[in-house]
Design a protein around this ligand. Structure first.
Ligand code: ZN
Ligand code: ZN
Length: 275
């Protein structure tokens, strides 16, 4: 006979007692498992594993499923880092709120409400509403790239977002390899600047991005600080310059948090390349 603690992983570590009963767990068994600490009773009729993530438990205490950035991250989607630690909860179309006073952010949208983690499609729709177009765009492309959303899901998202979001969905593509690439393409698109990714340049090799056909942009990660890597980068920069390219290097933090500085460097380099 299956124990409740063996069934719960199927449900993201949290479920209604009635869901567990469909696997043959009696109410008595649930109560016994809660007494021994094998499972935790979260609220009336809701049970979790002892190690179920605190965010999922809080969302269930509130009355729904964890959604937005935290849910997308749990699905492996890239999401822009955001400062707040609020719990975002999907409440179905009209779920009942169980918290009396709290700072949870509730999202109502149609669909079969489950506890645990909201599905990727739902979480993306919610993210657009509360984190804005950049965060949504990067997460949407990341989910698409990882085949976490298919054509049907994308159509559903288009249907649920306001018409003012259509241009973002039109711009999005399924081959963006990183959140940084998505973010750069979106921000440069707004300025009317073309971005090519993972470009092979003769004598230089593969570069992260080429902007406006002439300026190489390399997004440096931590590893680039190693001496041998730095030496190779300097050779690449020299080869690029010989071939008429200018190389700009920024790190992730600059691109994400210091965009004004980055964009003015890009625009100046583009102007030089056309001079
Ligand atoms: Zn709450
Ligand atoms: Zn939200």
């Amino acid at each position: 006979m299956l124990q409740p603690a063996q069934i719960l992983p199927t449900f993201d570590g949290i479920a209604h007692g009635t869901q567990l009963q469909t696997f043959g767990c009696s109410r008595k068994q649930l109560a016994a498992a809660a007494r021994t600490g094998a499972i935790r009773r979260i609220r009336t009729g809701v049970y979790a594993l002892p190690h179920t993530s605190p965010a999922i438990v809080t969302a269930a205490e509130h009355g729904g499923a964890l959604t937005c950035a935290a849910a997308l991250r749990a699905h492996g989607v890239w999401v822009l880092p955001e400062p707040d630690g609020e719990i975002h909860v999907w409440m179905g179309s009209a779920g009942r709120k169980h918290h009396q006073r709290c700072v949870c952010v509730a999202h109502y949208s149609p669909g079969k409400l489950v506890l645990g983690t909201a599905p990727v499609t739902q979480a993306l729709i919610h993210l657009y509403r509360c984190a804005g177009h950049e965060a949504f765009f990067a997460a949407y492309e990341s989910a698409w790239n990882q085949r976490l959303i298919g054509a049907g899901d994308r159509a559903r998202i288009r249907q649920e977002l306001p018409p003012s979001a259509a241009w973002l969905l039109d711009l999005a593509r399924g081959d963006a390899e990183s959140g940084l690439e998505s973010l750069l393409r979106l921000r440069l698109h707004v300025l009317g600047i073309r971005l090519d990714c993972q470009v092979e340049i003769d004598g230089v090799g593969r570069v992260d991005f080429v902007i406006g056909g002439r300026v190489i942009l390399e997004a440096d990660g931590k590893l680039n600080h190693e001496y041998s890597r730095r030496h190779k980068d300097l050779i690449r920069d020299a080869e690029a310059s010989t071939r008429g390219y200018e190389t700009l290097r920024f790190d992730y933090a600059m691109i994400v948090h210091d965009w004004d500085r980055v964009v003015s460097a890009i625009i100046a380099a583009l102007a030089r390349s056309r001079a």
